[in-house]
Design a protein around this ligand. Structure first.
Ligand SMILES: Nc1ncnc2c1ncn2[C@@H]1O[C@H](COP(=O)(O)OP(=O)(O)OP(=O)(O)O)[C@@H](O)[C@H]1O
Ligand SMILES: [Mg+2]
Length: 330
């Protein structure tokens, strides 16, 4: 049982949070850089690193003040080790290691995707193991057999674009603002999801892998063919993207016999996906609260609380790794 300070800086959000026992968020702040990167249509790595550097100290002080906790009363300091942008990761990891060194606290490095997974424990209903996890984010689309807190088997993954990436790319084709997921969800509200029959790749095959690049290309070709209603294209794209996720997830549930499903990652904020998984999948579905779907420090602290309790800590020799593999009990 522990109180952990979590630091997330793998991409364009600086997230700092304090979490008790892996489930109770005492304070959480996310400084998003979206407005800074929007004019470039995506994240500029060098700008992201500099922005993390500028804000990380004051954000940490703010979180400590909100929590009413002194750093000497924290049991561990955690930071994202990878994957992500090297410069951005380095800022959070070095800051976390420096705090741990100065205050003689254990340092807990966390895999970014493990962080996303542990966001489901920040919701009202907390799952028991084992469960199936669907991770859907800007860089990942994975079905994971989550056997125990830090024990994973990847059952399927995207072979090309991640689903969040496809939302971002299609939004750009439609001239909708970055990030694409929320923009497409909003644009789709008045649209007809049946207006276009966009492809669902890899269906009916004996694999739990995904593919999203063909869907993006199909949208491109449709747009090149004529002047189309943006709402209809957005709704039809979202319908196809979500349909593939729901169908593959049910296939994975059938194959594994698992009866619990956790959803995690930025695309877990998508309402259609949440609603359809709840309505159509033959499992009890565990969802992270909306604010813990996109990158944040609370999910990193939650994963680290569990690691700390099991003695799975790092030390000052831990290095940032932009391509950190997702392995059990690393
Ligand atoms: N409501 C939504 N519907 C669909 N997609 C969404 C929604 N909200 C956010 N997203 C998508 O989520 C992604 C951001 O999620 P996240 O912050 O987890 O990605 P990341 O950290 O960049 O990638 P990764 O976690 O794989 O390293 C973006 O692609 C964004 O478009
Ligand atoms: Mg993420």
């Amino acid at each position: 049982m522990s109180i952990v300070l979590g630091i997330e800086s793998s991409c364009d959000e600086t997230g700092i949070a304090i979490v008790r026992n892996g489930v109770e968020v005492i304070a959480n702040e996310v400084a998003s850089q979206i407005d800074i990167h929007r004019e470039f249509g995506g994240v500029v790595p060098e700008i992201a690193s500099r922005q993390h550097t500028t804000i990380i100290s004051q954000l940490t002080e703010k979180v400590l003040a909100e929590a009413g906790i002194r750093i000497k009363d924290i049991d561990g300091i955690a930071a994202t080790q990878g994957p992500g942008l090297m410069g951005a990761l380095l800022v959070g990891l070095c800051f976390g290691k420096a705090l741990a060194y100065a205050w003689k606290k254990p340092f807990v490095p966390v895999h970014h995707i493990e962080g996303h997974l542990f966001s489901v424990f920040l919701g009202e209903a907390r799952p028991e193991f084992p469960l199936l996890a669907l991770v859907v984010s800007g860089g990942h689309t994975q079905l994971i057999h989550w056997e125990a807190p830090h024990q994973y088997t990847i059952l399927g993954a995207t072979r090309d674009d991640a689903v969040g990436e496809s939302f971002d790319k299609v939004a750009r084709l439609l001239n909708l603002p970055y990030p694409g997921g929320p923009s497409i969800q909003r644009a789709a509200e008045g649209g007809n999801p049946e207006a276009f029959d966009f492809p669902r790749a890899m269906m009916g095959r004996n694999t739990l892998d995904f593919s999203y690049s063909g869907l993006k290309t199909a949208v491109l070709y449709a747009l090149q063919a004529g002047d189309l209603c943006v709402a209809d294209v957005a709704a039809s794209f979202q319908h196809a993207a979500v349909d593939a996720l729901v169908r593959k997830t049910q296939q994975a549930l059938d194959q594994t016999g698992l009866s619990r499903l956790a959803l995690a990652g930025g695309v877990a904020a998508n309402r259609l996906l949440r609603d359809r998984l709840m309505a159509e999948c033959n499992a009890t579905v565990y969802l992270p609260p909306f604010k813990y779907c996109i990158d944040n420090g609370a999910m990193i602290a939650a994963a680290a609380c569990s690691r700390l309790d099991l003695g799975l800590t790092g030390d000052l020799s831990t290095v940032a790794n932009p391509n950190l593999p997702f392995t059990s009990l690393a």
